[in-house]
Design a protein around this ligand. Structure first.
Ligand code: ADP
Ligand code: TRP
Length: 337
């Protein structure tokens, strides 16, 4: 496997560097998505030309309710903007606003061995879970490769679960270049999220929609606070020291506070004398204040519906312009033009 370069290393090789990633609008954004995908992407908008899109075609592999998909797609755009995506720096768009991606996916399919897709974990896992397999689920990595290759992307920040899809992308790009000429497609590098960055959910497992253990980024204060009180903790008596290792409360607290505040809670755990309810309240307050500026920004955005529409319109126009150059190159190379 090709070793991943980091953003700084790539910056020395390619300038301007094009950074691309996609997020599926498959439900409410949770803090695992935020710290694992959205926040790192937003930070990267300072490092190059960022292209971030809402993968609504991909979400259709599991969501067949049109109204829900439309709402989720828009909400994700709003959340991206509320969390600091700067449309002056980054291009944000809906995947389906550049339908040309399907043409590139078809072209990539023509060089994609069946075995490559049959080996993909995400497909095998879903089938193993009893999700009925449709062709889109099987072909998912080809569309994802097209997403990346259509924009001459240099760097793709993703979580570990997407590593194999990036390998497929690179494989397909190499195959196209071998068949049609070296300069047809740009081979992207992956920027992998570390293991340590896995955010635990309410039950201590990895936070995930599929485990129903998520803490949303935005929502009403009361029910959210209640959720924090549900974080699973052990039965250490109030007066005893609390175990530090594998503590979900500490792992989450660390995301919201500075080192000194985190150390204070660690020490307090060690001393004993306070119950978990106390720490959950402290954690809740840290979370609420951490997302407070984003919550306010979100309210402003929600009050101005035309703003989001305009950002998405501009994003689509820019993305389409870039895509058309790449697609024309590929069409010529493969004899469609
Ligand atoms: P979910 O598991 O809730 O369905 P997705 O698979 O849609 O979430 O994940 C979208 C992005 O958020 C991916 O890049 C993924 O790596 C990241 N992500 C999801 N859950 C976590 C988590 N618990 N910790 C860190 N990153 C996460
Ligand atoms: N498959 C990604 C996920 O579930 C979303 C995605 C679709 C994506 N196309 C992409 C991510 C292209 C990066 C690049 O998280």
């Amino acid at each position: 496997m090709h070793s991943a370069l980091n953003a700084v290393e790539i910056l020395h090789i390619v300038s301007p560097m094009r950074i691309l990633t996609g997020l599926q609008p498959s439900g409410k954004l949770h803090i695992g998505n935020y710290f694992g995908a959205m926040e790192p992407a937003i930070r990267l908008q300072e490092q190059g030309e960022a292209y971030y899109f809402i993968a609504n075609y991909h979400a259709m592999t599991s969501l067949h309710d049109g109204a829900e998909l439309r709402v989720n797609t828009r909400d994700l755009a709003i959340d991206f903007l509320a969390c600091g995506l700067d449309p002056q720096k980054a291009v944000i768009f809906r995947q389906s606003d550049v339908p040309e991606v399907n043409e590139l996916a078809w072209i990539l399919s023509t060089v994609c061995p069946m075995g490559l897709l049959e080996r993909c974990h995400s497909y095998k896992d879903k089938v193993a879970k009893g999700i009925s397999a449709n062709h889109a689920l099987f072909a998912y990595p080809v569309l994802m490769a097209a997403d990346i290759l259509l924009y001459d992307s240099n760097l793709v920040p993703v979580g570990k679960d997407q590593k194999q899809h990036l390998e497929v992308t690179r494989d397909l790009a190499v195959k196209i270049n071998e068949a049609l000429g070296d300069a047809t497609l740009t081979i992207p590098e992956v920027l992998m999220q570390e293991d340590a960055a896995i955010v635990p959910g309410l039950d201590g497992q990895k936070m995930s929609k599929s485990y129903h253990n998520t803490i949303p980024l935005f929502g009403e204060e009361k029910p959210l606070r209640k959720l924090f009180m549900k974080i699973v903790s052990d039965s250490t008596p109030v007066e005893d020291p609390k175990p530090i290792e594998n503590s979900t409360i500490l792992a989450l607290y660390r995301l919201f506070v500075n080192d000194a505040e985190y150390q204070q809670m660690v020490e307090s755990f060690g001393q004993g004398g306070l119950g978990y309810g106390h720490y959950k309240q402290q954690l809740w307050e840290a979370y609420w204040s951490y997302f407070s500026p984003m919550r306010h920004r979100r309210e402003e955005i929600l009050a101005d519906a035309a703003y989001v529409d305009e950002i998405l319109r501009q994003g689509a126009a820019k993305a389409r312009e870039t895509a058309s150059v790449v697609l024309e190159r590929v069409r010529k190379a493969c004899g469609l033009r």
